[in-house]
Design a protein around this ligand. Structure first.
Ligand code: URA
Length: 254
């Protein structure tokens, strides 16, 4: 099937197009096609290798037209405590949507921080990048400072470093160092490459240290700089390029 009557050099595979639009991963797009949910210019797509011309062809998933915005936004928020990492909260609690800048673009958060966690939260409308950054396969590192109850011993930190057994399985090895050791509270720095729910809190609780405060200082190559709590800033071109490279998308064409 040739969906476009006049294919040009800007054509691209439909699974890549759907991934760039944030509809799904490239693999997930193939599943949508196999399930008969994708149409191009009104015609059902049957071949996984179908190509489309983004500015010309009308691609629909479940009857809804899909568009890719090449002019993408990349923003970092220094998330304060008390905000949930969703755009809408059924319980009416404050959400990160209230802290998003007016860009005229519909941004969404890349992954989640717990309500009480502070620090780096990426906001973007780049669906493909967001998918990758959240996928464990790309091992994007995240760095945290955890204030814990008590004074963890070096043996305890070594346990966390090597991996602790949680109810959803053994954690991958992590970089773990004592930042400040005190008698009642201490600060531990951790770098992990997974993103399970409440992972840092559970890892430290599993070795007997309750997390009292948690701050994400870095997501992949992105740090806060001097960004105040509750504020956002656009990533620089260099930061954006580094972030895209960290997810293995550096050769991506727009
Ligand atoms: N680990 C946690 O426990 N909470 C977060 O918000 C992020 C990582």
């Amino acid at each position: 099937m040739t969906p476009s009557p006049n294919p040009t050099s800007s054509e691209e595979r439909i699974n890549k197009f759907l991934a760039r639009a944030g509809v799904s991963s490239r693999r997930g797009a193939e599943e949508l096609i196999s399930a008969g949910r994708v149409r191009v210019n009104g015609n059902l797509v049957t071949e996984l290798g179908t190509k489309v011309v983004p500015d010309h062809d009308v691609v629909e998933v479940d009857g809804v037209a899909v568009r890719v915005c090449a002019d993408r936004r990349y923003v970092v928020l220094n998330k304060p405590a008390g905000y949930v990492s969703t755009l809408k909260d059924p319980q009416g609690r404050p959400t990160v949507a209230e802290l998003m800048p007016e860009t005229g673009h519909r941004l969404f958060n890349v992954g989640r921080l717990d309500r009480d966690t502070t620090g780096v939260l990426l906001l973007t409308d780049d669906g493909e990048l967001a998918h990758r950054l959240m996928h464990p396969r790309y091992h994007v590192s995240k760095e945290y400072l955890a204030t814990v109850a008590g004074r963890p011993s070096e043996a305890t930190l070594a346990l966390v470093r090597h991996g602790v057994e949680l109810d959803d399985g053994l954690t991958r090895p992590a970089e773990v160092t004592a930042e400040r050791l005190g008698d009642t509270t201490s600060v531990v720095r951790l770098v992990i490459r997974e993103g399970r729910k409440r992972q840092v809190r559970r890892m430290l609780a599993a070795v007997g240290h309750r997390v009292l405060a948690l701050h994400r200082v870095r997501f992949g190559p992105i740090e806060l700089g001097d960004l105040p709590l509750g504020e956002t800033r656009a990533l620089s071109d260099a930061e954006t390029a580094a972030l895209i490279a960290s997810a293995g998308l550096e050769g991506r064409e727009d």
